[in-house]
Design a protein around this ligand. Structure first.
Ligand code: GLU
Length: 295
């Protein structure tokens, strides 16, 4: 079962028409995803179901600046949000018909499995353990685990430097970084919260000396906590390919998401999504990584 494909040019043309007609639908960070008008999908597919429904529920983070963030006005911002909008747009669903659901690291598989969300776009590393419970499309970005410290801390230079120190390290429950860091620090020096903004607060008030998670997330926290003078150590020690989490075994939907990502890379909306969000801080716009097979 495959969806009827539209060429990138047709998508771009219908998008221009639609945006022309309704004056665009830019989110607060200025990004506006192409929305395909009246897409057609094979009956019985997940795509047909969402397109028919005209809305979709996406799980993301609400407190990760530049990636998944609910701002003070209650609007959603960030690269993950933009990727969600890109996929929804290919289903004919405009940004204002997306229901955003806060999806903390440790709840993501559960939310996909029990139908709390239709998909997760939330700095979500693809790995074998998670793939036993959910399926992943993508990856749409490659991050790496790093450390964030106060700028005046020059004793923490990477994970090895944590072995013989008494530094406390913060991370989030149910995340890959919280597991990997156990190679370097024992349980008594590990502080876990349900989100990384709480770790940034703990670094700010001296409760911990380092925060560990993906460099992409730390970059957002450094910019958000500007007055605290945090910095990213810049010594990554893992590969964190970000996937779109969906119901396990929905190969058609996985292929559709991959095709939507490819279309976005071709029509420029992937680069635009980056530049309106994380690209405001990051130096280089990434290329869409090589997508994995869904089978
Ligand atoms: N990418 C890592 C993970 O999926 C860390 C980021 C997060 O917790 O969202 O566990």
């Amino acid at each position: 079962m495959r969806k009827g494909k539209l060429t990138a040019a047709a998508v771009a043309a219908s998008t221009t028409l639609l945006l022309g007609a309704c004056g665009g639908g830019a989110s607060s960070d200025g990004f506006s995803a192409p929305v395909v008008e009246d897409p057609s999908f094979e009956q019985g597919t997940t795509m047909a179901h969402y397109a028919e429904q005209g809305e979709i529920t996406i799980g993301t983070k609400f407190d990760q600046p530049l990636f998944g963030m609910k701002n003070l006005q209650g609007e959603m911002e960030g690269f993950d949000v933009a990727i969600g909008e890109i996929i929804a747009g290919q289903l004919g669903i405009p940004a204002d018909k997306i229901n955003w659901k806060k999806a903390p690291s440790k709840n993501r598989e559960k939310y996909i499995q029990d139908g709390t969300v239709d998909m997760v776009v939330a700095t979500y590393t693809i790995n074998d353990e998670r793939a036993e419970r959910v399926s992943f499309a993508g990856p749409y970005y490659e991050a790496g685990q790093d450390l964030m410290v106060r700028a005046d801390n020059d004793s923490i230079t990477g994970p090895e430097s944590l072995r013989d120190s008494d530094a406390k390290v913060c991370s989030a429950h149910g995340s890959t970084p919280s597991e990997r860091i156990r190679e370097y620090v024992d349980e008594s020096r590990l502080v876990l919260f349900d989100s990384y903004s709480k770790c940034a607060d703990a670094l700010s008030n001296g409760q911990v000396q380092a925060v560990t998670t993906d460099d992409a997330i730390l970059m957002g926290l450094v910019s958000d906590y500007e007055q605290d003078n945090f910095e990213v150590v810049g010594n990554t020690f893992s590969e964190e390919p970000y996937g779109v989490g969906i119901l396990k075994g929905d190969t058609d939907f996985c292929e559709f998401v991959n095709e939507s990502l490819r279309t976005a890379a071709e029509n420029g909306s992937y680069a635009e999504a980056w530049e309106s969000t994380a690209g405001k801080v990051a130096e280089k716009t990434p290329e869409l990584p090589e997508l994995r097979s869904c089978g």
